[in-house]
Design a protein around this ligand. Structure first.
Ligand SMILES: [Zn+2]
Length: 295
């Protein structure tokens, strides 16, 4: 005779008793262990949230603020409320992200704070989780040669000279001499840190397609129409070798168009708003910032 055993899988206590029998422990010990583990997890999560809030509201040390004032020129023009937000994000960024020197690059406080400040400039208008997928920033002393196909298309397996890269695996790579070039001229529309970290924002939804996570579902239609139209017009200008506010590299694909448009938005806001008012407005709505007013 076949006996069919019904397992009451919809009763968690019964499931726990079965599991306990399997591992040879009394079920109530497992239950207590589960409750304790949940409490520890909850407490740790609460402590982490408190720590993050503290970092977000703590001013920079005088030494770090001096680096920001020296190397990130928009900082001194920001309204006080945005300066405070930027300092909080820098604290959070430096607490959570690891830096690694490559090719002999030394990781000093100047390197860390300079990169963090520019990366966080992209965040200060929004309530951001501060690049939740990002774990490490690798810094080379100079532009470097790397092979393999990058995330954003390009030259296949052929090795190429690179200023920086952004990977969905939680890594940003930067060449320090390119970072320094960007901070020397914060009004020429070329900034490798803004560029690579805008890729990080683009990648937060899992795809590098030139559309980052937007505030609401209704924003996607407007973004798609505006960025699509602007990108097609830009491709025509580049094909005719016209001078453009946005770097011609933006013609590579939609992801690079968003990254180079972001560079122009922060470094040449007046020119971008004059030549591409719709694109400027869309980026203004996304970043919740209006760099034209920073002077
Ligand atoms: Zn890029």
């Amino acid at each position: 005779m076949r006996v069919r055993t019904r397992i009451p899988y919809d009763r968690s206590m019964t499931r726990l008793a079965l599991f306990a029998a399997l591992v040879g422990l009394p079920w109530y010990l497992l239950a207590v262990g589960g409750v304790v583990a949940a409490m520890v997890w909850g407490l740790r999560r609460q402590a982490r949230a408190t720590h993050r809030r503290l970092l977000r509201t703590t001013p920079l040390s005088p030494e770090w603020r001096a680096v920001v004032e020296q190397n990130v020129s928009p900082y001194v023009h920001l309204p006080p409320a945005l300066q405070t937000k930027l300092e909080g994000y820098i604290n959070l960024f430096l607490d959570e992200k690891g830096f690694e020197g490559c090719g002999g690059q030394e990781i000093t406080d100047e390197v860390r704070v300079t990169i963090a400040a520019q990366a966080c400039l992209l965040l200060i208008g929004r309530d951001s989780q501060c690049y939740p997928r990002l774990r490490s920033i690798l810094v080379y002393p100079h532009t470097y040669v790397a092979g393999g196909k990058g995330l954003f298309g390009g030259d296949g397996d052929a090795p190429s000279v690179r200023l920086g890269e952004s990977w969905q695996t939680g890594v940003v790579v930067l060449a320090w001499d390119s970072v320094c070039g960007g901070i020397r001229n914060f009004d020429d529309g070329h900034n490798v840190v803004l560029h690579e970290f805008s890729h990080q924002l683009d990648q937060e939804d899992g795809s590098a397609d030139g559309t980052p996570l937007l505030d609401t579902l209704s924003c996607y239609g407007s973004w798609s129409r505006c960025l699509g139209r602007e990108y097609q017009l830009f491709l025509k200008q580049v094909a005719k070798h016209r001078r453009t506010v946005i770097d011609h590299y933006g013609a590579t694909n939609a992801a690079e168009f968003f990254a180079t448009a972001t560079e122009a938005f922060f470094e040449k806001p007046e020119a971008l708003s004059r030549k591409h008012p719709d694109l400027y407005a869309e980026l203004q709505q996304y970043y919740h910032l209006d760099p034209v007013t920073w002077g």
